[in-house]
Write a protein that binds this ligand. Structure first.
Ligand code: BG6
Length: 303
């Protein structure tokens, strides 16, 4: 079956006239496009990846690189990549794909549901022969994105195997900023973090986070929301979370951005990643048959 035919079939099966449709996105990849009275948004089957959320009357909230690749085997650069079942490099296998294998493969569409003014798109991916090359576990992972005046994201992992399993996860949100140097991140004061730009040294946040160089930090044992003040865009972005004990803050700054082929040279200025996660010592253990849900909610307001 050709890709275009598959997209038409998916649209026929899941589309909601005037509200949600399955269409061809960048690189010919299928995406769900949602337009409701409260927001518009987009989610690709590739990676179960949300790439756009625009509350009615507001500007786009998510950053997506103009140089992103849109193809099987590569992660979309921007939006909200799903990192699973490990974060960063796999500890015991340097050849394994960074941030796990689900962000680079096609997921399946499970449902599109309209409820009041919101629309929820659910996609899933499961273990199979290809995932077992990297990780032996049996699992089903669902990503449920609700587009409304908030953007609500939920990752649900079910252990479908016969043994307990342990995994890391992140909703790696790229948020669009006016000018990163002017941005301030509240909500992490006093929290310990591992500084990945300084040999993973354990440090303590003092006051608001200010980005003045490459920043790559895993804030530990924190379930509080963070708020990003962006005076240039006159916008405040809140990221609240549930069942998440770590928050990663990442900005590549000048040099690292230059070394990344899928980021334009100045993109580092217009983005910050706030990653709702359970990583490092906060990886999740799930008994056989068990289920774990982690949620992130994004909201914007004037500043
Ligand atoms: C962040 C990591 O989550 O993702 C960084 O903390 C990493 O170390 C960044 O550089 C981007 O990763 P990738 O694999 O998408 O280039």
């Amino acid at each position: 079956m050709g890709a275009a035919v598959a997209i038409v079939d998916l649209d026929r099966q899941f589309g909601i006239p005037g509200i949600a449709s399955v269409v061809e996105g960048n690189g010919g990849l299928p995406k769900v496009r949602v337009t409701s009275s409260q927001a518009s948004g987009e989610m690709y089957l590739h990676g179960g990846h949300v790439t756009s959320w625009k509350p009615t009357g507001a500007d786009e909230v998510l950053f997506v690189s103009s140089r992103s690749r849109w193809e099987d085997g590569h992660a979309i650069r921007g939006g909200v990549p799903v990192c699973f079942p490990w974060f960063g490099n796999k500890r015991d296998d340097p050849k394994a794909p960074a941030h796990g294998f689900v962000r680079t493969k096609a997921w399946q569409l499970a449902s599109i549901v309209q409820a009041g003014d919101t629309v929820t798109v659910s996609m899933f991916t499961e273990s199979g022969q290809n995932t077992k090359t990297w990780w032996p576990a049996d699992f089903r992972l669902v990503h449920r994105a609700t587009f409304g005046s908030d953007l609500s994201l939920e990752l649900v992992l079910t252990n479908t195997g016969t043994t307990a399993l342990r995994f890391e996860e992140a909703l790696h949100a790229y948020l669009r900023m006016g000018q990163i140097e002017k941005v301030r991140v509240r909500g992490l004061d006093g929290v310990h973090y591992l500084d990945k730009t300084d040999q993973n040294r354990d440090k303590t946040q003092q006051g608001k986070v200010v980005i003045t160089s490459e920043t790559d930090r895993i804030y530990l044992n924190t379930s509080d929301a963070v708020e990003i003040e962006d005076p240039v865009s006159h916008r405040r972005t809140l990221v609240a979370k549930e069942n998440s004990c770590t928050t990663v803050v990442w900005n590549p700054w000048v040099q690292k951005a230059r070394s990344m082929s899928d980021l334009a040279d100045d993109d580092w200025r217009q983005m910050i990643c706030i990653e709702t996660s359970n990583v490092a010592d906060f990886a999740v253990n799930i008994e056989r048959g068990g289920r774990h849900s982690m949620k992130a909610t994004v909201r914007v307001a004037g500043f």
